[in-house]
Ligand binder design. Structure first.
Ligand SMILES: NC(=O)c1ccc[n+]([C@@H]2O[C@H](COP(=O)([O-])OP(=O)(O)OC[C@H]3O[C@@H](n4cnc5c(N)ncnc54)[C@H](OP(=O)(O)O)[C@@H]3O)[C@@H](O)[C@H]2O)c1
Length: 306
């Protein structure tokens, strides 16, 4: 299939692209910087410039595409949130998705068979012990509002006949980016520990399972709407902390109290303190099998590869 991909240069995209190429899909990538994207991804891909919501994607990029995988968005934890950063987090997802979808709707004939877009478990807000499935109601905090509008921009601008899938992704664990890249040096230095009271639930997924789930969504016409991309065994933060310490053979007892996190990270601390106990009901119901359902196995695979 000929697939249009955005955000293919990012952490998840760099794991996904080789698996798509391996399956003989033809890739067209929209990126803000085709020159460096071409250097970083040595695959037969057609690159087109797209500065995000500031302009429409070029018409030639949309010719004859069979499907769309949309991952682009301003990173959430690159810098302390201020009004400008929050606006970029929101606009890059909501205005960016709207601009992409409208261009596809008006210019891609026939309509692509599917549009798979990233979203996040942030959709649910912070919900304590409640087990959250795709039918659960959304939260009300900043990230929940971003996710709601982001998903709304996909569903509300969908070409007739296209199947929408929004992947509500948990914390992605993988090589070359994401949470592990930030946590590993802290834990290696023996400075790891529970965050806040450590009781908040963390919904995580091994990047290889996330990529497989995106491929599964692409190949399963009956799968549509929101799909939780999380392993079936979420853990509380204190358990995550213990497991990471054990896998790295490092002490991990240095707690970081919530007020300290809020003082140092500001509102961004909510990403670390939110409790999201998310269940991958639709993925499991559609026959998807996780290769890494348990956190210890996922971390061992990533931190001590054979
Ligand atoms: N990683 C996680 O733990 C996680 C968890 C939940 C949800 N997600 C979501 O899944 C998607 C992929 O995650 P990721 O970790 O791979 O993301 P990432 O590495 O932070 O970034 C993905 C790509 O988005 C593009 N981008 C960055 N800032 C942008 C902006 N201001 N405007 C438009 N495009 C911009 C970049 O592509 P170009 O430079 O090529 O344009 C970048 O490579 C994201 O939307 C993310 O929110 C990720």
């Amino acid at each position: 299939m000929k697939l249009l991909i955005t955000g293919g240069t990012g952490f998840v995209g760099r794991h996904l692209v080789p698996r798509l190429v391996e399956r003989s899909h033809e890739l067209v990538m929209l990126t803000r910087d085709p020159l460096s994207a071409r250097k970083g991804l040595s695959y037969p891909i057609a690159f087109f410039p797209w500065p995000g919501y500031e302009a429409d994607p070029p018409r030639e990029a949309l010719d004859g595409i069979d499907g769309v995988i949309h991952l682009a968005g301003e990173p959430l934890v690159a810098s302390r949130w201020n009004a400008g950063v929050k606006q970029r987090i929101l606009d890059s997802r909501v205005l960016g998705t709207r601009s992409l979808m409208r261009a596809i709707k008006s210019q891609s004939q026939p309509a692509p068979k599917f549009v798979i877009s990233a979203s996040a478990v942030g959709y649910y807000g912070s919900r304590g012990e409640t087990v959250l499935t795709e039918e659960s109601s959304p939260g009300t905090d900043f990230l929940a509002q971003v996710c709601r509008q982001w998903e709304g921009a996909v569903i509300g601008n969908l070409p007739e006949g296209s199947r929408p899938v929004v992947i509500r992704t948990g914390m992605v664990l993988g090589e070359g980016g994401g949470a592990l890249a930030r946590l590993r040096p802290i834990y290696r230095a023996g400075l790891g520990g529970p965050l806040g009271n450590g009781r908040q639930w963390m919904s995580w997924i091994h990047v290889s399972d996330l990529v497989s789930l995106i491929l599964h969504a692409l190949e399963t016409p009956s799968l549509l709407g929101a799909v939780n991309a999380v392993a079936p065994n979420p853990v509380q933060n204190r358990e995550f902390n213990r497991t990471l310490g054990r896998v790295l053979h490092r002490p991990a007892w240095l707690p970081v109290p919530a007020p300290v996190l809020r003082l140092t990270l500001g509102e961004m601390a909510s990403v670390l303190l939110a409790s999201q106990r998310v269940h991958p009901k639709k993925a499991l119901g559609s026959g998807f099998q996780f290769r890494f359902p348990q956190l210890g196995d996922a971390l061992a695979d990533l931190l001590h590869p054979q």
